[in-house]
Design a protein around this ligand. Structure first.
Ligand code: PLP
Length: 463
């Protein structure tokens, strides 16, 4: 067992004590399994605050934060303009659960900004928005089935909870006939009956599925960048091919922009890749750290989500206090005609190139992939050093050394950089990060991989 005192460079006693307390009252000691010992060893760091681009743990250690609340904190922690907006809005009361002007103002901004967004419905989380969007697609088309891609994650609701987790490649079946693997216990077979599982980044497989179920597919549902298997870019023309297939086979294209929305550009992945969905959902960066999500799309389709049509409720929908933050965040992202995104992309280029250099210098077989300010390091398993790109769920399952990434991430904590320790997730950058911060990440990775500390990324002998 690696003990707290064995951590290099910093004490984390308070985190350890809090974890003991937490285990007595919280399942696994946390509120989402990815925060617990599935990813963190020997205990999670308890984070108590953040400032700009840094996060601060319960023992007062500061880390450069490139996890950023799994991508939600587009402007970093406690941005003064956003905290002022929040305070001002909260002083008028937390919640109305009524029609309110703030929701109109923020929906107007979304319609002005997002390709194809003619109507908006607010929700609270990416999971909820995806549930609503699927129900909408089914209700509008009168069809039950939908295409879901291997390795894509759309939240934890039943119909999407299949083959979202990285699995040993032996279990996933033949490429032409993927075996659907439920992500969880407690899901009835009926809930997954209409989920048609297809490999991503291959338009021919989508067309084959559309032909197999003619007139039965409500929507092709896709992440525009595969963001829950590291970072995997859509192949050239792939998203346009999905658009064309949806039109030709008279089905809808639903793009889940929970991760990419307001992150890859003001128009999200749709803007970046020049594709327009029929339905799109947002979460994460939309709320700049607060639970705000949205479903948007063509007015005719969105119009089905009305009283007596496709039902969508929510006491907390369009919480005006949180939407005050969203409105200000969108304004900040819009200022300077795309300047924030040009900076984010430049920072991403800097850190990606630097990390590639570090891996090469240390002769560590690893790939660094990014799409704009979303990036991930893929350590390659022994015997897989020849692999030059991770392009799919199956590549990820076959070639990526997830254990090694996990140890690397823990060693990065000791160097003062906080990133998700799951190889299937990814790092992101915030508008408040600087080129000096990127140098700090590169230097930390170099220190971890330098000969002196190489042991940190080898399996500890006594675990
Ligand atoms: C593409 C995608 N959709 C939906 C979700 C679910 O969002 P939330 O965690 O806000 O429920 C996630 C979460 O990571 C996601 O990556």
């Amino acid at each position: 067992m690696v003990r707290n005192r064995d951590r290099v460079g910093r004490r984390t006693d308070r985190s350890e004590a809090l974890y003991r307390r937490a285990c007595a009252v919280l399942v696994e000691g946390v509120s989402s399994p990815s925060r617990g010992t599935a990813n963190y060893h020997p205990f999670p760091l308890f984070m108590e605050g953040g400032e700009g681009g840094e996060i601060i743990d319960a023992d007062g250690n500061r880390y450069l934060d490139i996890m950023l609340g799994y991508g939600a904190l587009i402007h970093g922690h406690a941005h003064p303009r956003l905290t002022a907006a929040l305070r001002e809005a909260a002083e008028r009361g937390a919640l109305r659960a009524t029609a309110n002007e703030t929701e109109v103002e923020v929906a107007e901004r979304i319609c002005r900004t997002i390709p194809g967004a003619e109507r908006v419905r607010f929700a609270n989380t990416g999971t909820e928005a995806a549930m609503g969007a699927l129900r909408l697609a089914r209700g509008y088309t009168g069809r039950r089935k939908f295409i879901k891609f291997e390795g894509h994650y759309h939240g934890w609701s039943d119909p999407f909870s299949v083959s979202s987790n990285p699995l040993p490649s032996g279990a996933i079946g033949h490429y032409n006939d993927p075996i659907p693997i439920p992500d969880s216990s407690g899901i009835t077979p009926g809930a997954l009956e209409d989920t048609i599982l297809v490999p991503w980044n291959d338009a021919d497989r989508v067309e084959a599925a559309l032909k197999r179920y003619p007139g039965q597919i409500a929507a092709i549902v896709t992440e525009p960048v595969m963001a829950n298997m590291g970072v995997i870019s859509p192949g050239a023309g792939y998203l346009a091919a999905l658009r064309e297939l949806a039109d030709r086979h008279d089905t809808l294209l639903y793009i889940d922009e929970t991760v990419t929305g307001f992150r890859l550009g003001i128009g999200g992945a749709q803007g970046r890749f020049g594709v327009q969905a029929d339905i799109v959902t947002f979460g994460k960066a939309l709320g700049a750290g607060f639970p705000v999500a949205a479903i948007a799309g063509r007015a005719e389709i969105m119009g089905a989500m009305r009283w007596g049509g496709v039902l969508h409720y929510g006491t907390q929908n369009a919480n005006p206090t949180l939407l005050a933050v969203t409105g200000n965040s969108i304004d900040m992202l819009n200022e300077g005609n795309g300047e924030a995104y040009r900076r984010l992309d430049a920072l991403a280029d800097q850190v990606t190139a630097g990390l590639r250099r570090v891996m090469a210098e240390a002769a560590v077989p690893a790939l660094v992939q990014n799409v704009g300010p979303m990036l991930q390091i893929f350590f390659l398993l022994p015997g897989h050093e020849h692999v030059t790109a991770i392009g799919s769920f199956r590549d990820f399952a076959a070639h990526v050394d997830r254990e090694r990434f996990n140890r690397f991430a823990h060693a990065m904590f000791d160097q003062g950089v906080y990133l998700s320790p799951s190889a299937a997730l990814h790092s992101v950058l915030a508008t408040v990060h600087t080129p000096q911060d990127m140098d700090r990440i590169i230097a930390a990775a170099r220190a971890v991989l330098s000969n002196g500390q190489r042991g940190l990324i080898e399996p500890p002998a006594d675990v």
